[in-house]
Design a protein around this ligand. Structure first.
Ligand code: ADP
Ligand code: MG
Length: 619
């Protein structure tokens, strides 16, 4: 007895319930990660309320204000108060309803979460009521509720998100990044409901005004008039799933990487497996590094979908993934066939001996460079460093041209797996021998003599390699070369593009784009990267933006490397190759001064050698 009593004194019960405000804050973290999550919840509530006109207003990328005004059903006085309670929802009543959800929300968590981490003001009136209700909530507590005059519908303003959780507030990204996330969410909702008018004001400036329209017009109002002739309709009806929407014509996949959207039963979803179906269907039609554009809507019996999704997760699962995959694949192929889109001849696809493209999963191995101790830098006029590099011996049976050696396209050569190695001696580097002049062959190639035979250089890829390293150096050193434009040009962008440009402004300057914010999503260009003419400028910028958008959504490959690559590939493609003999040699010189002359930043072969023995074989 005595011992027991002592124990009780030393170790009292320690579990207790958290106060509501704390519990709500914790739960809120699940639902509201950033301003964009709150925007999504409010827009979805407005849609669920049956509104046909929804206005979004934000300030400081949603950090100080997010307001959504709708003309939907509104709420009664009691409901207005109730709406901030956790698990308070008008959308489902019991478990059975979970299997027939037709609204975007149903958990009753969003408003409770938001109220825990912000100052909220709600004004709402049902059409049948004479007066409305105005409620102020702060840290889960109603601080004020009164009768007010207001229009029918609901206006909800969220002020100072995370004001009571400094750690979370600090965690927020720059305004441009947060704005970009908000735009993403806005687009996802707007793309589901073209029959609703949406407007979006950012710091009092209108970003979007999307009139009531059909789906195609909605896509065009969101992404620009260029989409007008880029889209082909997709349609497939079946017992299991109906598929509709639009896919982008393959020829546009090359230039811009495009927008990719899946929706299931009116809700934006991500689905890697189905994305693969689209990619596969487009495979022969677009270059390897391009992405198809698509806006694809699945309509499926709700009990075929796993609805118990995490509130913020956009991943969902179809019960019958494989069937949906097959349907989607055939729908796309049929559509492409119907619109008479057949594979175009692609120089790259023809080559079966490409060097494997750099994969981010692959460990990056430090290039192994053997220094030739006998090399005397004063022996030749060449100003560039000479490296002795290893490469694989061609197999006897293989008569085709082979890459010189396996390399990592971005950083340089990798040690070969094979032990049978030859060493590329100095004279294999054509820039060594100044007396030998290279010459152009056709539009695309330079041919020059090397010790072991003929070296053929792919001009554009050579240029890509050279420019890639130059741009990379500019980005790293912050010293870009820009040529001032005689007559500054004004360029217009979409709000989303503008957000990206602002995010990249410093890098763009290093690349040579001297851009000045002119407001209203326009910029004045005072300088451009040298070698780029005015006509191509917008195109190149568009490509950079599209590329960046894709990159930041997907793999976190180094930003600078990516930018340099995009610029290099773009600029090289536009380069006018007036090739005087000296210029041919200069290009060879520049190429062999790079870290990995034999491979383009995309991992394609720049250089191939036709061996002397191969030539002898021909006789
Ligand atoms: P859920 O949407 O999951 O039901 P919320 O916390 O987002 O949960 O909203 C709680 C409830 O508040 C909703 O079920 C709805 O009845 C009401 N509500 C929220 N926003 C609006 C709105 N804009 N118009 C009318 N009612 C709303
Ligand atoms: Mg909701």
């Amino acid at each position: 007895m005595v011992t027991l009593k002592v124990e009780e004194e030393i170790m009292p019960d320690i579990i207790h319930l958290l106060p509501d405000s704390v519990a709500n804050q914790i739960a809120a973290g699940e639902v509201i990660q950033r301003p964009a999550s709150a925007v999504k919840e409010l827009l979805e509530n407005a849609v669920d309320a049956g509104a046909d006109d929804i206005k979004l207003v934000i300030k400081n990328a949603g950090k100080t204000l997010i307001q959504v005004i709708d003309n939907g059903c509104g709420m009664s006085e009691t409901d207005a108060r109730m709406s901030f309670e956790r698990h308070a929802t008008s959308k489902i009543k019991d478990a059975a309803d979970l299997f027939a959800i037709h609204t975007l929300g149903f958990r009753g968590e969003a408003l409770a979460s938001i109220a825990a981490i912000a100052q909220v003001e709600l004004k709402t009136r049902r059409i049948e009521d004479e007066t409305g209700t105005c409620i102020q909530v702060e840290s889960t507590k109603v601080t004020n509720q009164e009768v007010c005059a207001c229009t029918a519908g609901t206006s909800i303003a969220i002020k100072n998100l995370f004001y009571n959780i400094p750690a979370r507030r600090k965690f927020l990204k720059s305004d441009t990044t947060e704005l970009r996330h908000i735009i993403d969410e806005f687009q996802r909702v707007a793309l589901v409901r073209p029959e609703i008018r949406f407007s979006f004001f950012n710091d009092t400036r209108p970003l979007y005004d999307l009139p009531v329209s059909n789906l195609k017009q909605r896509i065009v109002s969101l992404f620009g008039s260029t989409y007008n002739n880029r889209l082909i309709p997709l349609e497939l009806q079946s017992d299991i799933v109906n598929i509709s929407g639009f896919i982008g014509k393959p020829e546009f996949a090359r230039k811009t990487r495009g927008e990719q959207f899946f929706f299931a039963n009116g809700r934006y979803i991500r689905h890697a497996y189905l994305n693969h179906a689209v990619d596969a269907a487009f495979k022969e039609l677009i270059p390897n590094d391009a992405f198809p554009t698509y806006f694809i809507y699945f309509s499926i019996n709700p009990d075929e979908i796993d609805i118990n999704i995490h509130p913020t997760k956009t991943e969902i699962n179809f019960q019958n993934n494989q069937v949906v995959y097959a349907m989607l694949s055939s729908a796309i192929k049929q559509t492409l066939g119907k619109f008479n889109i057949t594979p175009t001849l692609d120089f790259d696809a023809e080559q079966s001996h490409e060097i494997p493209v750099f994969s981010k999963d692959q460990p990056v191995i430090k290039p192994e460079i053997k220094v030739n101790p006998g090399y005397n830098p004063f022996e030749s006029s060449d100003r560039f460093q000479k490296e002795q590099l290893n490469f694989k011996t061609r197999s006897e049976s293989d008569k085709s041209w082979e890459p010189l050696y396996q390399t990592d396209p971005l950083s340089g050569p990798r040690p070969p797996e094979s032990n049978q190695q030859r060493t590329m001696d100095q004279s294999e580097d054509p820039s060594d021998d100044q007396s030998d002049i290279g010459f152009t062959l056709g539009k695309n190639f330079i041919v020059t003599k090397v010790k072991s035979g003929l070296m053929v250089i792919h001009m554009q890829r050579a240029m890509e390699r050279i420019l890639f390293e130059e741009f990379l150096a500019s980005l790293k050193s912050g010293k870009g070369i820009s040529q001032q434009t005689l007559f500054p040009v004004t360029l217009q962008f979409t709000p989303q593009e503008t957000a990206i440009i602002k995010e990249l402004q410093t890098d763009l300057r290093y690349l040579g784009f001297d851009m000045e914010d002119f407001g209203e999503n326009s910029f004045i260009l005072n300088g451009t990267p040298s070698g780029l003419n005015n006509n191509d400028m917008k195109d190149v910028l568009d490509n950079i933006i599209e590329n960046y958008k894709q990159q930041s959504a997907g793999a976190a490959v180094q930003k600078t490397v990516n930018l340099a690559k995009t610029m290099a590939v773009n600029m090289a493609g536009r380069h006018a190759y007036r090739m005087e003999p000296e210029e041919v040699n200069a290009l060879i010189d520049r190429l062999f001064a790079t870290k990995a002359p034999e491979i383009s930043p995309d991992g394609k072969a720049v250089v191939r050698i036709i061996g002397l023995n191969e030539i002898e074989d021909k006789f």
